[in-house]
Ligand binder design. Structure first.
Ligand SMILES: C[S@@+](CC[C@H](N)C(=O)[O-])C[C@H]1O[C@@H](n2cnc3c(N)ncnc32)[C@H](O)[C@@H]1O
Length: 239
């Protein structure tokens, strides 16, 4: 099997697929609310009430409609001054930011080497990690970007993280459990409250863009790793 580097993966037709759903809103029929069973607006409005400000980072934001929907609601309620919304995507297909909306920023950038120097009340990544090469490196960076009272939610299929010698994903499951990171294996949603500083003791080998459709029915990317030390893996799995 040919494994692709993160930079080669960006040119893969699976990642650059124009038929992907990049249009989800924050809530409604085609929405983050439906995918995550969580309403971004309610959470952010609550943070706003508690702290007087709220910040949302949406990774792999697609067209940015979720952020724009919340920004419009905030503008209608004269709350924009205390709201910071940031969307990042590999592809520059963001909807235009309407005049009068000034709390949204979009950035075109692959997540592969991304790190954040800011923390957020809400970090989301809706059906984006399926296409990322080094998912564990990106996850570690995301976990650091959660504010002290913030929350992270994303769709994640553990089957797409292939660690040699660990077909049942015991290493990741135990690590998540030890760090109090929730993973719902039925809904395939990872969530976490507050930041984490995690170092995954694995080495990224590359990505397989021919893994075929995942649970969403769409073609996705598997990420391959080896552990730094096999004894460490055995200890983690059997302890
Ligand atoms: C299925 S779409 C979801 C978009 C949006 N979250 C939504 O639900 O409408 C996945 C998005 O991930 C983006 N993406 C894929 N690989 C990426 C990478 N390495 N870095 C940043 N964005 C990436 C794609 O460009 C695409 O917009």
């Amino acid at each position: 099997m040919e494994l692709l580097s993160s930079s080669a993966l960006l040119w893969s037709p699976v990642v650059a697929n124009n038929r992907m759903n990049r249009k989800r809103q924050a809530s409604g029929i085609n929405s983050y609310e439906k995918e995550l069973q969580f309403t971004p607006q309610s959470w952010l409005n609550d943070r706003l009430q508690q702290n007087g400000q709220a910040a949302w980072l949406d990774l792999c934001c697609g067209e940015g409609n979720a952020l724009l929907q919340y920004a419009r609601e905030a503008a209608e309620n004269q709350r924009q001054a205390n709201i910071r919304l940031k969307g990042i995507d590999l592809v520059d297909q963001f909807q235009p930011i309407p005049s009068g909306i000034h709390c949204v920023r979009f950035e075109t950038c692959p997540l592969d080497n991304w790190t954040s120097d800011t923390q957020y009340d809400l970090v989301t990544c809706v059906h984006g990690l399926h296409y990322v090469g080094d998912k564990l490196r990106v996850l570690a960076a995301i976990l650091k970007a959660i504010g002290s009272e913030g929350i992270f939610l994303a769709n994640l299929d553990l089957k797409s993280i292939r660690i040699a010698g660990d077909p049942q994903h015991q290493y990741i499951k135990k690590l998540f459990a030890g760090e109090n990171i929730s993973y719902n294996s039925r809904k395939k949603i990872i969530s976490c409250r507050g930041p984490r500083d995690i170092s995954f003791k694995v080495s990224y080998q590359g990505a397989d863009d021919k893994a075929g459709p995942n649970y969403t029915g769409q073609e996705a990317v598997d990420s391959y790793y080896i552990v730094f030390c096999i004894v460490y893996l055995i200890l983690i799995i059997y302890n």
